[in-house]
Design a protein around this ligand. Structure first.
Ligand SMILES: [Zn+2]
Length: 455
């Protein structure tokens, strides 16, 4: 049986303008999966446009877990992406994980075949052209403004103010920057000392800002265009000479080594969730430790609720990749058993109770109809009561719809196997795949595993 992930997306604008809904996509995909006898999960981004891939949390989550699926399904390609680069990135991630994708309403888009792959590329390019028209206009406006030396974006740079739409030097901030550069040279690029200097003189700024400032070419009058390696002159005034800047650049690589984010392989990234606020835990890698320890934490514990002096989440402890692994290995059998028995209890008792209610409501409806037909109530009253009761019935029937009974064969197999022995021969990537194939979410409370749900 194939395991597939169904992806749905609708933007707020589409909802309002065209009445597109998530439910319509869900229904179509569910029907398709049932017809083909697929095991399926849903990933849903509601109220989010296709242009911002980063904001689409469900999409990100699905991609991270794609190794556990044979195929990604969506109704139309524009639900997944309208941007060539994103679409190709998505496709690459899926290919790496042996996962294909298919648009069920555009049956020529199916990356498991050569023809379908061709159509995928063609349609993505066409979709991008639609968006391209608007962004080209925006680019044109930007270009014109820049030629006149006008600032094109609303954000300013540290060291500058914007006056009459142009960058001008902010004398105080510029002095602060020059002193930072000089200090950095005076301590020979010592990171620790520089950072404590930075914290003192640039309140509220973090380490990313420090490195951005130390690398900022605008300070020698070269404005870098977005993330491209294109610089424009005569757009932003220099605040230091080339020599000071170069001396800092020469010291930078050595320090950076400690801090550049190398790709530290982790097993559970994307699978851990906060028990309290249900948001996904954030990964933090301790680059200074020899073993590059990986910890996870709920970053809502650092955020405050709007208008109140109260944290968004109370989950304050971290948990390491290693301790999650140890706990799971030692408790896997029990966790599986617990999960299975919990799921079975959850799915059973409701329907019968609802059936009785539904039947009595249906009885009421037919009595109501009799009353109306016998002219004992008027049409308006009949209509009102009919709508009210019918709504109740629909609601109960919706509740009654059983969640598809999970298939526990694989989990039962796991319970009977001896995991640790096989597991210890795996490398980190294989370990990650192993867990991704069986685990849905791991809930963490105060640095401890509280609950595990399986796929
Ligand atoms: Zn939390």
């Amino acid at each position: 049986m194939k395991t597939v992930a169904c992806y749905c997306r609708v933007s707020t604008e589409e909802q309002v303008k065209y009445g597109f809904s998530i439910q319509a996509q869900k229904d179509a995909l569910t029907k398709y999966c049932k017809e083909n006898n697929y095991k399926y999960d849903f990933y849903i981004d509601e109220g989010i446009s296709a242009s911002s891939m980063k904001k689409r949390k469900a999409l990100q989550e699905m991609l991270e877990k794609s190794v556990a699926y044979d195929m990604i399904l969506f109704t139309k390609l524009d639900r997944l992406s309208r941007n060539v680069l994103d679409a190709n990135n998505i496709n690459k991630i899926l290919q790496d994980n042996n996962c294909t994708m298919k648009a069920i309403d555009e049956d020529d888009v199916d990356t498991s075949t050569a023809d379908g792959m061709f159509m995928f590329n063609l349609k993505v390019s066409l979709a991008q052209r639609e968006i391209g028209k608007t962004s080209e206009r925006i680019k044109f406006v930007f270009k014109n403004k820049r030629e006149k030396g006008e600032v094109t974006s609303g954000t300013t740079k540290y060291g500058y103010k914007i006056k009459d739409k142009k960058f001008v030097v902010d004398p105080e901030e510029a002095e602060n920057i020059r002193n930072l550069y000089k200090y950095f040279i005076s301590v020979n690029g010592d990171h620790k000392k520089t950072y404590s200097y930075f914290v003192k003189h640039f309140p509220g700024k973090g380490q990313d800002a420090l490195f951005n400032y130390l690398r900022e070419t605008a300070y020698i009058g070269k404005y870098k265009l977005y993330r491209k390696n294109v610089y424009i002159d005569n757009y932003i005034p220099a605040i230091m000479n080339q020599e000071l800047f170069n001396n800092v650049q020469n010291l930078l690589p050595r320090v950076e080594k400690v801090f550049t984010k190398e790709n530290v392989p982790t097993i559970f990234a994307g699978m851990l969730y906060c028990y309290y606020c249900k948001s996904r835990l954030v990964r933090k890698i301790d680059y200074r430790s020899k073993n590059k320890n990986v910890n996870y934490y709920c970053d809502k514990q650092y955020r405050y609720k709007v208008g109140i002096n109260e944290k968004q989440c109370q989950n304050s402890k971290v948990i390491s990749d290693k301790s999650v692994e140890e706990y799971l290995i030692n408790n896997l059998k029990d966790l599986c058993k617990q999960y299975i028995s919990k799921s079975i209890i959850k799915t059973k008792p409701k329907p019968q109770k609802n059936n009785i209610k539904i039947n009595s409501l249906k009885n009421k409806l037919s009595k109501l109809k009799d009353l109306y037909l016998d002219d004992l109530i008027n049409k308006e009253d009949y209509k009102q009561d009919y709508i009210r009761i019918n709504k109740e019935i629909l609601k109960l029937e919706e509740e009654q719809k059983e969640e598809p009974q999970k298939d526990f064969t694989y989990l039962n197999e796991l319970i009977n196997k001896d995991i640790p022995d096989i597991y210890n021969t795996f490398n980190i990537e294989e370990k990650r795949k192993f867990w991704l194939k069986i685990i849905d979410k791991i809930y963490i409370k105060e640095g401890k595993i509280k609950e595990v749900t399986f796929l």
